[in-house]
Design a protein around this ligand. Structure first.
Ligand code: 5GP
Length: 179
């Protein structure tokens, strides 16, 4: 039987809105005259990126890169696959990567390395949620929304087996009590 997991809100939609607006103000200060290229890592970052750019009232461009490390379920396979290449050239561009969540850091490190090899003028990272306790490779986050405990999160773009991306809050799945 496919029972629904119990969800608890970790970051509410109001907290997310406040974090997005704070991050946009920081990004605005640094990029308002640079026409940056914002690159969202699919699929999880689509909602964050969409909300973030609505706060950015200066010229910018948007592209997406598709990376995948998770098989079905909650554990990373550790192997990163490029599932959708970039449409734009990053050479000489001011590039800002937009990521939903950093856990082990493997996906983000792969992405930054992939982009760095393509010679951008600058390369920075904006992350909505950081889960630092499971980090396997170091990642420098330039703009950070939240720090979260080591729980599997869903909602606001984050999925479990492709479900729950549409939840407006960031939630964690409550462990079943053992009896
Ligand atoms: P990392 O490579 O840092 O372990 O994980 C990065 C990617 O794994 C994220 O872009 C996201 O797709 C997925 N991920 C990591 N932690 C979580 C989580 O708590 N919930 C969900 N839904 N995805 C996660």
């Amino acid at each position: 039987m496919n029972s629904q997991p119990k969800l608890r809100i970790l970051f509410s939609r109001q907290e997310i809105e406040a974090a997005v607006s704070r991050l946009a103000a920081e990004i605005r200060q640094d990029y308002h005259d640079k026409c940056p290229l914002l690159i969202g890592i699919l699929k999880g970052s689509f909602m964050f990126l969409a909300d973030l750019i609505r706060h950015l009232d200066f010229p910018l461009e948007v592209d997406f890169i598709g990376l995948s490390s998770y098989g079905k379920g909650e554990r990373t396979s550790g192997k990163i696959k490029l599932v959708k290449p970039l449409g734009s050239s990053v050479k000489g561009r001011e590039v800002l990567v937009i990521e939903d969540i950093v856990d082990t850091g493997l996906t983000t490190a792969f992405c930054l390395d992939y982009l760095q090899q393509r010679k951008p003028a600058s390369l920075k990272l904006c992350v909505l949620t950081d889960k630092p306790s499971r980090r396997r490779v170091p990642v420098t986050i330039d703009y950070l929304g939240f720090t979260a405990p080591n729980k599997f999160l869903v909602g606001y773009g984050l999925d479990m087996n492709q479900k729950f991306r549409n939840l407006p809050d960031i939630c964690f799945i409550e462990e079943e009590e053992q009896c």
